[in-house]
Design a protein around this ligand. Structure first.
Ligand code: GLN
Length: 485
């Protein structure tokens, strides 16, 4: 049962084939068996999960028909949860318990989901491999010597290895989509503002967005029906009607205009990935979609612009971790300044410190115009490129990552790591929705197809992804069947 999608599990519970308590116990057993090798979970909530499952079973018996009722989920450890530690993958917050829930957590609780625990992640969501976590790297279920991607690598590995039915993630530059690609699962980043950021520990506030990591586009739509919506506690959440994201899943892709950015098929893209992506695009064509080459002329500027904007915002957001109110505090501080200095130098890891330094420098007087303002102008150019493209096409498709999962410890140079998100980062800079879905293998490692939509075009993206999953089976492949865990 644990390998099934949320939609299938929901049907199995409705027909009485399985209870939420039985299902939750199966996932907990699986976590206790596999987590030692995967390190996907930082915290597992055996008792409260079973209690929530009992409540869900009772509620179902009384006629509650919420499709997510009793489905076991894992939250990325960036979402604040009352009663469960929220570490953000950092020593700084290694024992932090939030006094409130993130809005996303509240919404899932109201839908009656079971929270199995909190998943491992790159420290403060900074990374592409999960190697910056204070709690150690997550391993890829398809090959334990490979990274799962990052920063939501714990969530992606947990879904891929059936440690949970679905998980939450966050994506600032690619952190939902790239790990989804590396682990062979479905990961969706909604438009900026579609999902509340309240209670989600901030990395780069103008880019961060929460989204689902799961086994199918249909499951992503079911999760989005819970997650989306305006939140008065988040002034950047959008006051737009929430669609039923499942309503248009079955629309045909006949006549769908798919833009293929020529910049995403140049040097740097591995031959195997290119072959699978071209094959996937042919599948769409066979189903009646129309492929059209498009131009995103400023896409080469997206990584440099991001690495000014994101560290600048991070340096401001992370100033709150000073050892005073919460988080790590050094032993025996001599005075206030000593406490700030030592608490922060002991609490943060190297990558986080690097970003704080870059960001503080970029925002400092005299440099603001040269860096931050310039990066914001580039951001506008990137958005304009997408706006132009979407005059001619309905969605844009290409590879999620230039290659498959790489070895743990293989990338030591920060800039090489930053280039990991070469195809995903522009989408965050422009605030658009994007999904990664499984589309093939190279040497038994999954390949992700990236589909991007216009502003608030989540339904279009989910529909295109779901249709692909109707005519292909890549998303059904399991690591166990290929020698993985
Ligand atoms: N890999 C990118 C970074 O390190 C993106 C991370 C993310 O999306 N949270 O900043």
């Amino acid at each position: 049962m644990i390998e099934k999608t949320v939609a299938e599990l929901s049907a199995a519970m409705t027909s009485g084939d399985i209870s939420s308590v039985e299902l939750t116990q199966s996932y907990l057993d699986r976590i206790h068996k596999a987590n030692d090798s995967l390190n996907a979970f930082i915290t597992v909530c055996d008792d409260t999960a079973l209690e929530q499952a009992r409540v869900a079973d009772k509620s179902r018996a009384q006629g509650n028909q919420n499709p997510l009722l009793g489905i076991p989920l894992a939250h990325k450890d960036i979402f604040c949860t009352t009663g469960i530690k929220t570490t953000c993958g950092s020593k700084m917050l290694h024992n932090f318990i939030s006094p409130y829930n993130a809005t996303v957590v509240d919404k899932f609780n109201q839908a009656g989901v079971v929270t199995l625990g909190k998943t491992n992640m790159d420290e403060f969501a900074m990374g592409s491999s999960n190697e910056t976590s204070f709690f150690g790297p997550v391993r890829n279920p398809w090959d334990l010597e490979k990274v799962p991607g990052g920063s939501s690598g714990g969530s992606a590995a947990a879904v891929a290895a059936d440690l949970c039915a679905m998980a939450t993630g966050t994506d600032t530059g690619g952190s939902i989509r790239q790990p989804a690609a590396f682990c062979g699962v479905t990961g969706f980043k909604p438009s900026y503002g579609r999902v509340s950021r309240w209670g989600m520990i901030a990395f780069a506030s103008s880019l961060d967005q929460a989204g689902p990591i799961c086994k199918s586009a249909e499951d992503a739509a079911l999760m989005m029906n819970v997650m989306a919506g305006i939140d008065l506690k988040d002034s950047t959440s959008a006051d737009r009607e929430v669609e039923d994201y499942t309503a248009t899943l079955s629309d045909s892709v006949k006549g769908l205009r798919i833009g293929i950015p020529k910049q995403h098929f140049t040097e740097g893209l591995s031959a195997d990935v290119e072959k699978s992506i071209r094959e996937a695009l042919r599948e769409y064509e066979a189903a009646g979609a129309i492929l059209k080459e498009i131009n995103l002329p400023n896409s080469h500027l997206s990584v440099p612009a991001y690495y000014v904007v994101a560290p600048a915002e991070a340096s401001a957001n992370l100033s709150r971790f000073d050892g005073v109110r919460y988080g790590h505090r050094c032993d025996n501080p001599l005075d206030l300044e000593d406490m700030y200095k030592r608490s922060r130098s002991e609490g943060f890891g190297d990558e986080v410190k690097r970003r704080i330094l870059i960001g503080t420098y970029a925002l400092s007087a005299g440099f603001y115009d040269a860096y931050y303002r310039k990066a914001q102008k580039i951001r506008r150019l990137i958005k304009n490129d997408f706006d132009e493209a979407f005059k001619e096409v309905d969605v844009i498709a290409g590879p999620t990552s230039p290659h498959t999962a790489f070895g743990i410890g293989a990338k030591t140079d920060p800039v090489t790591m930053y280039l990991e998100d070469i195809y995903t980062i522009a989408v965050n800079l422009a605030g658009l929705p994007g999904i990664s879905i499984p589309a093939g293998f190279s040497n038994d490692l999954p390949i992700g197809l990236h589909i991007v939509g216009p502003d608030f075009g989540e339904s279009k993206v989910l529909n295109a992804a779901h249709q692909f999953q109707l005519f292909t089976d890549w998303h059904k492949a399991k690591p166990a069947a290929k020698g993985g865990i």
